[in-house]
Design a protein around this ligand. Sequence first.
Ligand code: ACO
Length: 321
Amino acid sequence: MMRSQIIGVGRGVPARVVENKEFESFLDTSDEWIRTRTGISARRVCTHETATSLCMESARGALAQAGIGAEELDLIIVSTITPDTVTPSVACTIQKMLGAPRAAAFDISAGCTGFLYAVTVADQFIRSGMYRSVLVVSVDVLSRVTDWSDRSTCVLFGDGSAAVVLRAGERGIGNAYIRSDGDLDGSLTIPGNPIDNPWNHEDARRQTIAMDGRNVFLFAVNHMTDALEHLGQTCPLDEVDWFIPHQANVRIIELVCKNLGIPREKFYINIERYGNTSSASIPIALSEAAEKGLFKTGDRIALVAFGSGFTWGSMLVEWTL
Ligand code: ACO
């Protein structure tokens, strides 16, 4: 059966590094509180960059490693909850900028689980034989929707992007598991534009993140554990070489390790330098770990995420680079 294999990875993050200390000048917080409660020391924040420019950097890196031209792409999927424009989609904008005339292109929104959703969709197109080469890019610029006066959220997030090129092959991605539960929708919201027209007047809402941190924390631990237990039904977890979790809070990751009895050293964690970059967090970690030479061909890598919506999921990647 046809499978999807990763043949290139790339990432693009803003140049500006914001250390925890910088928050102390305008918020009642401290570097110590942020580090001990979240594991975050710094994050990247866009100044001149945009979601599109970050995507272009990631996509070019992934295509260069894959050794294929954009004209070979059949499909481009971008996962994001913070596009530069609602329409055109970021995927269509980069389709033009990359020069990918054959590619269909669309964005998907699944919060921090967006990368797993996007790769699962791409994998279906490849397995069915409809497409051979697909670019998946995840990007989020949460600084655009952050309330910088809310110390309980603004210290958590960062901006960034990463991409993978998938190509039809004999080995690669398997065990994709994506789920959702809209019942928990109130625990993390970013409002859209109000419906304000001649027939209905809705006040402009602040389009910033509102979150019940404790609810989200519990959801995250329970559902990332569920997602890995599901993966373990077809691939014993002690046969997995690396785990790449969504990076929201190091304490969430440590509790998942404890629940499942997995050594922490098997989890690749880079939250201290990036914060929570939403759907970009897993592919940024994947691209960094690959660049450091941590993966060998044939390694089994488990990806696991949760996100707003709420959504969650897992996936097994057989490393083919
Ligand atoms: N600096 C100092 N004090 C703070 C800060 C801060 N930045 N933020 C909150 N506090 C205070 C609170 O006001 C509270 O004070 P109080 O006791 O006087 O009321 C105290 O610290 C403890 O607050 P808690 O909410 O109990 O702190 P907790 O240990 O639960 O940590 C946190 C809060 C970090 C938000 C945690 O709940 C968490 O990580 N939740 C999950 C968040 C998450 O993953 N979000 C993203 C999900 S989806 C996506 O990724 C887009």
